[in-house]
Structure formats: structure tokens, C-alpha cells
Design a protein around this ligand. Sequence first.
Ligand code: UDX
Ligand code: UDX
Length: 455
Amino acid sequence: MANILCIGAGYVGGPTMAVIAQKCPQHRVVVVDINEVRIAAWQSDHLPIYEPGLDDMVRAIRNKNLFFSTEVDRHIAEADFIFVSVNTPTKTFGQGAGKAADLQYWEKTARQILRNSTTPKIVVEKSTLPVRTAEAMEHILNSNSDGLYFDVVSNPEFLAEGTAVRDMENPDRVLIGARDTPSGQRAMQAIVDIYSQWVPRERIITTNLWSSELSKLAANAFLAQRISSINAISALCEKTGANVNEVAHAIGMDSRIGPRFLNASVGFGGSCFKKDILNLVYLCEYYGLSEVADYWEQVVKMNEYQEAHFVSNMLSAMFNTVAGKRITLFGVAFKANTSDTRESPALAVCRALLEERAEIVITDSHALDNARADLGADARRVTFEPDPYAAAAGAYAIALLTEWSYFSELDYQAIYKSMVKPAFVFDGRNILDHRSLFKMGFNVYAIGKPPLVHF
Ligand code: UDX
Ligand code: UDX
């Protein structure tokens, strides 16, 4: 039996540890967080995050071999393995502001581990961190005079929200980076042993520390780059009469390109893509690689363009004014099947429409509370309505911004009747049946397709 601790009970720490606890009943897994409200929620019937499959899993093993606690110090003292998944937001101050990662929580956590340890431990980087952070953490942890030795291992998380449990249970790969020293290799083997309880050994790959850290940033940059690439093509489709779905299908059938992650959209969101790319950009600038930095930064700029372009398409379709018009946003989560709204393109669209003085109503099955918190003072100017029919009644336009499947199953005939005419639909995810909406009377604007309009 080993004591496994995770510091940071967020979207990464919670689901990751739930799966480890379920797959390794012989180990005791504790998740701690400084946020008392969050820990109370993990202990309750209303988990702090919505993630398909997570509720049942947590309920089955909570207080058996999975525990949630705010007693960080005590659990550090007891732990053999400490996974760290505290947040590493983009720095908002000083050198590297707007790009570099803010490592203050990580460093604080490392010092807290040191303060409370009387035995050697293996510290696992779960948070996405700039390359060579593990080395800095090793220096802090091993700066003690008690003769304690800490191994730092990098084990980046590749799960995507909305499919976190499935991704953890059946990962494409597990990546473990460690130092090429006898102690580093032993630490690596100990982490391999945990994952090999359920992951086939050939899917567990081991590298040096820095390759592992860089692979996480590179994987997210490549994924985001595919979306920005297809979004760039979608803007050209709108001008030329090509259909981006047809183009994506045609290029995706080339097995070298592959069909996934080619859905043109209003833009990518989430806590990782933008932050990790800016992190990569900062690293490149730091090492004097300005052309490489510019290359990756363009992926983020393209995404900002895509959000702005969506709003300007709305404005021009709606006779260049939306002031005073009720506009309903279908979805505010950054993707389907999550309550997370971090960096959601829907929030960018919402803010831009508020600037134009539109009257905004937002409907979403799971993300309204987070959206309200994220919008801050702007939330006072927005109506939050869980029922999509009530949200759309009296609206001039619907903008679909999250690909929740229930949005494709609504009675659009009834919705059309309840709206102001001419009624508009702007499908920012290309999930609706555009031709049938057009036949009902809607003017339909999709991403990267010719609009279907009645005038
Ligand atoms: C975060 C980062 O966003 C991601 O880049 C990284 O790879 C993993 O950590 P996520 O789990 O989504 O992912 O973040 P969040 O939901 O904000 O959870 C982090 C938790 O850490 C919060 O609950 C916060 O209270 C906690 N925390 C933060 C601590 O317990 N101690 C600290 O010192 C700082
Ligand atoms: C991502 C990575 O996929 C995951 O491996 C990593 O660990 C964390 O970052 P996540 O941000 O949870 O996961 O979701 P993801 O499915 O990657 O979607 C990110 C954004 O891209 C969403 O806003 C999504 O709607 C958008 N997207 C995705 C598209 O616009 N088009 C696509 O084809 C795919």
C-alpha cells in the first residue's frame, strides 16, 4: 500500500485521482486543496465540476480509498507520492506578463512539501509547466539540511474535459519523464507501476524530464494549430462559396492528416490551449528564437480573429446594428459536456455583443454559474436562463456557441414562432441542420459555408 497525495482538486486533480484510486484499490489516494468550498463540494452530492461518469465513480470509492481534505500539511507528511496539479495561470505582471506561466503557486507548494516532510518523496508534476521547471523544483526541494532527497518526475496530463474519465481509463499514451540517475529511474519505475495497473505497458512512454515537459506544450500547440488552420480555411470558404465541412472531410481522408480535430468553429477555448501556446511563445523568445515564437503566436491570433469575425458576421447580417436587440447564446461552456467556461469563445462573443449594446440571454445546461462568475460586472447586463425555449422567446437571433448535443434536438419550429422576424441563427459549431432551419424561415449563417438567407 502506498499513500498517494494530489495537491490541487481541480479539473485535472479530481478526475485523475478518482481514476487512480479506482484502478489501484490497494493504494490510499488523498486529494487536498486550499479552497475549502471546493473540498466541501467534492465531499458532497454536488461535485464542483461536471464531467460525464465522474459522479458515479467518486460515489463508489469516496471514503474507501479516495479522500478529499483541506489538511494539506498533514497529508504531505504522510505521503509517498505527491502529484501536484495546482493551477499555473499566465503571468499578469512583471517579466513575461501576458505570456509566461505564473509559477508562484507551484513554488509555494514545493516549499510547503519541504516544510512538512520527514521522509523522502517522489513529487510528480501534473500541472503543465515551462520546460526545465522540474529542475528548479528539485533545487528548492533538495535545498534542505535534513538529508532528505526528493525526486521530481514529469507526468503531463493529456485528458480532455468532457471525456476526462474515458481518457484516463483508456489513454492514447501515458508520458513519464525523469532524470537519468539511479534514483530518477527508480522514481520513474514507481510511477510506471501505478499506471501499469490498467494501462498496457507499450502505451507508457518514458523520456528525459525536459522532453516530457516540452511534449505537453507541443501536443496542445499542435492540436490548437489544427483548429486555427481549419478556421483560417473557413473564412476563405465563406468568401468563395466552398463548404468547410466538405473541405475538412476531403483533407481528413488523407491518412497522413487524419479526420479528427478538424471541426471549424467560433474558436477554441479552455484553460490550456491559449495558456500553453503563450508559454511556448515565451520560451522561444527567451531563447532568442523570434521566428519560432511568431509562428506559434499566430495560432492564438487566428483564434482571436475567429471570435471577432463571428461577431462581425452577426452584425453585418443583422443590418449593422444589434443595439437593444435580444440575442440568445446557445451554450457558454468552452466545449460540450463540461461546466467549464475558462477562455470560452462564448464569453468573448458575449462581451463583444454587450459592447454593441445588445440584450444578451445565455442558456446552457451546466455552465451558467461559471459564466456568471466569469462575466463579473458584465453579468448584471445578461439574463441567465436554463430553459432554451424561454431563452429564445422574443429574440432576434440565436448564436450557437457550444456543441451540446441537445441543441440539435430542440423543436426549432416552436422556437421560430416565438422569435422576432426576420429570425437569425448563427451556428458557431456547425451542428444544426441548416437547410431545414432555412425551410422553417430562419436566416442561417454557419461557419465556412454560404449563408442561407431569405432576402
Ligand atoms: C490546472 C491548470 O490549469 C493546468 O494547466 C495544469 O495542467 C493543471 O492544473 P485545473 O485542474 O483545470 O488545471 O485547474 P483548477 O481547476 O484551477 O484547479 C487547481 C486547484 O489547485 C484549485 O482548486 C486551487 O484551489 C488549488 N490550489 C492552487 C491549491 O490547492 N494550492 C495552491 O497553492 C494553489
Ligand atoms: C485539451 C487537450 O485536448 C488535452 O489533451 C489537454 O490535456 C488539455 O487541453 P481540453 O481543453 O479539455 O483539452 O478540450 P479539447 O477537446 O482539446 O477542446 C479545446 C477547444 O477546442 C474547445 O473549445 C473545443 O470546442 C475546440 N475544438 C476542438 C474545435 O473548435 N474544433 C475541433 O475540431 C476540436
